[in-house]
Design a protein around this ligand. Sequence first.
Ligand SMILES: Nc1ncnc2c1ncn2[C@@H]1O[C@H](COP(=O)(O)OP(=O)(O)O)[C@@H](O)[C@H]1O
Ligand SMILES: [Mg+2]
Length: 318
Amino acid sequence: LRQFFSQFKKSAESKPTELLSPPLDLSYEETIFRTKRGFLARKIGQYLGLDQAEQDQMFNRSLTQSSFLQDTDDEQKKECILSLSDQMLEWNEQQEDMAGKVKSFKLPTNLQNAMLKAYEIHKDDLFTPLFKPKEPVVECEKHQEWKIYRDVLLAATQGQFLLISREEAENYRDGKVLCEGVIMESSDIPICRDAARKCFDKMDIHKGKIMGWLLVLSEAITNTIKHAEEGKMTVLENTQTNEVTFVIEDKGPGFALDDLPNKILRSGYSTKKSLGQGFTLMMKMAKKLALFTSPKGSTLILIFEASDEKEGRKNAVG
Ligand SMILES: Nc1ncnc2c1ncn2[C@@H]1O[C@H](COP(=O)(O)OP(=O)(O)O)[C@@H](O)[C@H]1O
Ligand SMILES: [Mg+2]
């Protein structure tokens, strides 16, 4: 992949005059297309960890060229992000199954996931017809459908998984904040996990239990990085209920209702090229899960019993 980028950069650098001078007589549609493609390429580059200058370079290149798909003999071009962005917009035009198409391409997994992430997050801006009015952002819980999903998921999980509203999410913040952390990039996973570990080590909790909690925390934080853009972790302790709570907030695209049961309940289900075991593990380890989700972000709440198992059951009964 690195080889391909350096090749790509070289070819971009060799045409410096082209870089900042897109033709001025482009049609409206062509201008929109090139801008969308540049934006998409920039996002894929960002999710792959390219720096700002490299992202800008791709954006500029997109403005200067009508297609990156023409030269199909040219392996470097065929594999470059811009050509993939081109391809994705084309698949969309042809109403192809985007995830299926991307997954079927023989590309490195991180590149595929960056493409799928860009697709999921920017689906509404980039992959809908130009003048289609956007669905108004509605508070989901006011809809009958939302209530049905909430009831069915709660029943199917014997009361373990609850879909909640934004206001309800605030009710889960009772107790003392043990630690907080920002979630922006992969390196934040061990930072957050270690911060939480330090708090738990000070408490009187079985080591094995701590290991389990940290594993779940890692899965939730990894999901924020993999499926959403940025987020925040808060760990709370409620001594009255004897519970430890993880609150993981993000500014991602949210969970579509119709796919929620698959994502939460089906082991091995993933919208990326991934194992799809995160929620399976969370459901196995946490006492309760609550999820607020909207197209502008989600808040996942994971509740654990701080006391030992036997005591936990005693509390539950009495
Ligand atoms: N924070 C999130 N925001 C939006 N979608 C998410 C988030 N976390 C998980 N998902 C969705 O739920 C699916 C299942 O998650 P998970 O069980 O952890 O599997 P995996 O991460 O391996 O795909 C993901 O494929 C993704 O579509
Ligand atoms: Mg996951």
